[in-house]
Design a protein around this ligand. Structure first.
Ligand code: CU
Length: 118
């Protein structure tokens, strides 16, 4: 009887561990260096990414220009996320900003410009 209890306990424990693994597989995080300059850039990028498939959450730190993205690795990839950032008008690591989107940005959001609104 004791043996059965132990087996039961172990199998419940294994089931529990499996469910944790399954959860983790749908969630990953990356940090991307962008060319953002101000809080308006932050809004632009975060809004754009909120419509992207597989992206759960994105947050840009304006001072460091680092964008932290929480995503589902079964639905998107870091490459696709960088491409999305590029399409919003900003550089993402080695991926250069999409020219058309970049030209549509507000003047203060362009590279090398310093915004008064930080
Ligand atoms: Cu800006």
């Amino acid at each position: 009887m004791k043996k059965i209890k132990t087996i039961l306990f172990v199998s419940i424990l294994l089931m529990f561990a499996n469910s944790i693994n399954a959860q983790e597989a749908t969630k990953a995080e990356i940090k991307i260096k962008t060319s953002a300059t101000c809080s308006m850039c932050k809004t632009t990028i975060e809004n754009y990414l909120s419509f992207e498939k597989g992206i759960k959450k994105s947050s840009l730190d304006v001072d460091s220009k680092i964008l932290t993205v929480t995503y589902n690795p079964q639905k998107t990839t870091p490459e696709k996320i960088r491409l999305a950032v590029s399409k919003s008008g900003y550089d993402a690591d080695d991926v250069k900003a999409n020219e058309k989107a970049y030209n549509n940005l507000d003047d203060c959001c362009k590279k090398g410009k310093v915004c008064t609104d930080k």
